[in-house]
Design a protein around this ligand. Sequence first.
Ligand SMILES: NC(=O)NC(NC(N)=O)C(=O)[O-]
Ligand SMILES: [Zn+2]
Ligand SMILES: [Zn+2]
Length: 439
Amino acid sequence: MSQMDTIIQEVTVVSGDGEYKADIGIKDGKIKLITLPGQLGAASKNVIKGKDLYALPGLIDVHVHFNEPGRTDWEGFETGSKSLAAGGVTTFFDMPLNSNPPTTTTENFQLKNSRARHRSLIDYRLWGGLVPENGHHLDSLKSAGVIGFKAFMSESGIDEFQSSNDEILLQGMKKIAQLSSILAVHAESNAMIHFLEKEKKTENKCTVRDYSESRPIASELLAVERIIQYAELTKCPIHICHVSSRKVIQRILEARSAGTNITAETCPHYLFLSLDEFEDIGSLAKCAPPLREREEVEGLWLALKNGEIDIVSSDHSPSPPDLKEGETIFDGWGGIAGCQSTLSVLLTEGYHKRGFTLSEIVTLVAVNPAKRFDLYPQKGVIQVGADADLTLIDAHEEFTLKKEDLYYRHKISPYINQTFKGKVKWTISKGRVVFSDDL
Ligand SMILES: NC(=O)NC(NC(N)=O)C(=O)[O-]
Ligand SMILES: [Zn+2]
Ligand SMILES: [Zn+2]
């Protein structure tokens, strides 16, 4: 037997449909061998004792904003990818904004890609943007290798990344369908948000609750309805980002039954924090769509349990601390720093509190993302020939997240001081150990 680079002994392997004990041999960045436990001796440079650990296919975070180049002082590939590695993530998809320039031309793609290639600790893909006036760049962006395209139906908060009106969406979707690609959408109704926000401000109603009410579930429903109609018309595959309510999920499922190629994503913050916590925490927990009432949080857990939601990803969208502040909650940056904590939230709230199996969790964070974006079975599964992307966890270890534990450029997050159960011990990306709890 040829020498392995790394051997993981007697670990419990988790797949999308069950668990089994095995030894795993890794060579040249791939999973080379999976045997019955106790078969692989110590004939390797690195031996990891996996006896009390579970091996999950490395997480794939399809939604992060690392903001490089242009806003590297907000995050960056180095700090961002290190944080992900600590959270058990082995592949990320970087959004076309808030980097400056945004990823809306091939030139901008290459610029970002060269940064990411040198600075990222883990594997990655890049999203391209669909914005007004870049329709003629979609072809070349696809050829350059984007994982899909992202459009905003409401304002993005970034001047260089304008939202798309109906005509831009329709033209773009027609093109994206021809390219056999996919459109990810930030689906909130611009008109409704504008109206409500103006009304709140005129009446001097600027509390956290007012902010949440100014971006109601109805505005997500309205935008999702529109994009579904356009998807039916253009046959463009769509992915709805950061859904905050099961009501929206139900509409998405209806469309899927009717034949629309559509998937849904939610994020850890909608599963962990409700409007009550948002009121306590303040702008660190500000995002769009905003956090909802506790019953909506429970609704999302139910949807997850029923397999109604495809993907859980972080929507890590950090900024420097001073930009989170402002006179009222309406003023600070909307975006939550949390990509290190996705698995922590799912293990604590899903596995321990709500009886989810590890297989169910792995399906949401690895199997489904890999399948949806054509990376399966190179990723999303532990099997011979796949990339050696692995996350080893102690499912029962408890810890309280401290500021010092975070690898983000700015050590701020609504998850600081929260106690979690289930801890990442090792993260291996393409055969390389990128995080170890013991080192
Ligand atoms: N410009 C952003 O990073 N926006 C993000 N911000 C959130 N979700 O609050 C997003 O994904 O919409
Ligand atoms: Zn968004
Ligand atoms: Zn985002």
